[in-house]
Design a binder for this molecule. Structure first.
Ligand code: ADP
Ligand code: MG
Length: 458
């Protein structure tokens, strides 16, 4: 069975069966890990996507595969961390053919995605240093920091920055840039090693491989952590690395963990990674997430008009993976279309997002935490907020707490009322609406709320 063919047919069929929006939101970035006798293993990007697909599309997916393969197979979804790349090999052997290498040498493909640039990378405390390092390397490739080693958790913008470096260099020089994922590098190399039988042909491919990876000025290799279990490819990568660096060619490496935490890497390779500059991308804080969301909804791809309270709500509740934030926005766009393009209310947005991010949200912000943060901020006690005292400062802090509970948690008015000392839920609605109204004109109040939100996300 030609697995790649099956997979492509599957995607085509899925595209026909679903709307563009659904396809782009949920299925576009799926990839096939392997097809075995009884299983079809598929890689997904994040938990919310996995949950959503399993809950809503599993049956459809099984049916499509049944149609194509004529067999009923179990469909299993994996997150990036859940499978080891070795499991990948079967399908990879069939995917790559040396045509890629030939193509590259003839046409000088860079593999760069033009949509990832420095201009549309939003900078904040969490990524400012990484951003500057990348910018510096882009402006002086091969001269300043070699290699540049960027690391950080999934979805924080590593790949985006790599492409930004590449795009910058391509736009400002004649240098030859190549971006590859570690998987691609590994696959091509394994393919050559497998081909040993046909000596003559293989020699040509080895030359092509070498030319592809060495006859360039900038090599960017993504997700290097996957090289961990591949001993032979590691050796080849070390050779490539040496050849490039000896000639002052820039190398940029991305990893989801620090050099020290790279498992099963040869020491000499780790030592090399330590030669240049290492830079981490940290988890974005609330403010950066808000900035990124504002930036994304302005983009042509989305063009989504969201009120500040919805933006705050997403920033506070949808985790720190930016890929997930983007998914949430696309989801909102889909909902908006369903609701006939009327202005989205916080209520609608909440409904849309709940389904999307499932149980990974709302874990951080509980009412109890909000009461703690608010009382501390105003030098009061939690009891003050829950109690009956009606002095102006307490009443005010209480309303702010109501407002934050509404925005930052997934609790009903009734449960917020219960937590806030058994008030009537209409009191909570009133408090929420009053603050929502005042915040529009009262700058000081707006600042207080922003500060509190930051404290909530700490
Ligand atoms: P990683 O490689 O670290 O897993 P990516 O670079 O693929 O993450 O980023 C995931 C998504 O989030 C991409 O679409 C990227 O454009 C977006 N993204 C991440 N950080 C930022 C940022 N600071 N500004 C704008 N977009 C970002
Ligand atoms: Mg990446």
């Amino acid at each position: 069975m030609d697995k790649v063919k099956v997979w492509n047919e599957f995607l085509e069929e899925l595209r026909l069966k679903t709307s563009d929006l659904t396809f782009n939101t949920w299925f576009k970035d799926l990839s096939l890990i392997n097809i075995t006798d009884d299983k079809i293993m598929i890689a997904v990007q994040y938990q919310g996507q996995k949950t959503h697909i399993v809950n809503n599309y599993l049956e459809m997916i099984s049916e499509i595969f049944l149609e194509i393969t004529g067999q009923m197979k179990q469909i299993v979804f994996y997150l990036e961390d859940e499978y080891k790349p070795e499991e990948n090999f079967n399908v990879i052997e069939e995917t790559i053919n040396n045509k890629d290498t030939t193509d590259f040498v003839n046409n000088r493909k860079t593999n760069l995605k033009s949509k990832y640039t420095f201009e549309n990378f939003v900078v904040g405390d969490a990524n400012r240093y990484a951003y500057s390092c990348c910018k510096a390397v882009a402006q002086n490739p091969g001269k300043l920091y070699n290699p540049l080693f960027i690391y950080g958790k999934s979805g924080l913008g590593k790949t985006h920055l790599m492409h930004a470096i590449g795009n910058y260099i391509v736009a400002n020089s004649n240098l030859k840039v190549l971006y590859v994922t570690t998987d691609e590098f590994m696959n091509e190399f394994i393919n050559i090693s497998k081909n040993k039988g046909n000596k003559e042909e293989n020699l040509t491919y080895i030359d092509l491989f070498k030319s592809k990876y060495r006859d360039i000025d900038v090599l960017m290799i993504d997700d290097i952590q996957f090289l961990g279990s591949a001993t032979v490819t590691q050796q080849e990568f070390t050779n490539t690395f040496n050849a490039l660096r000896d000639n002052d060619k820039q190398i940029v490496i991305c990893s989801d963990r620090s050099v020290d935490d790279l498992k099963m890497f040869e020491e000499r390779l780790k030592t090399r990674f330590n030669w240049g500059l290492k830079t981490i991308i940290n988890i974005p804080d609330f403010d950066l997430k808000v900035k990124i969301i504002k930036n994304k909804i302005k983009s042509e791809e989305l063009m989504l008009d969201l009120s500040d309270d919805i933006i705050d709500f997403i920033a506070a509740n949808c985790g720190s993976d930016i890929r997930n934030l983007e998914g949430t926005l696309i989801r909102l766009l889909a909902f908006k279309a369903i609701w006939g393009n009327q202005t989205l209310t916080l209520e609608n947005a909440r409904e849309a997002v709940i389904d999307y991010t499932d149980n990974m949200i709302y874990t951080d912000n509980s009412i109890a935490k909000i009461l703690q943060v608010v009382s501390k901020y105003f030098n009061l006690t939690v009891e003050d907020l829950k109690g009956k005292k009606r002095s102006k400062n307490i009443a005010n802090a209480r309303m702010i707490a109501m407002y934050l509970c509404r925005i930052l948690t997934e609790e009903s008015y009734i449960s917020i009322a219960a937590e806030l000392g058994g008030r009537d839920h209409s009191t909570i609605i009133h408090g929420f609406e009053k603050i929502s109204e005042e915040i529009k004109t009262d700058e000081e109040l707006k600042n207080i709320i922003s500060e509190l939100k930051v404290k909530m996300s700490e």
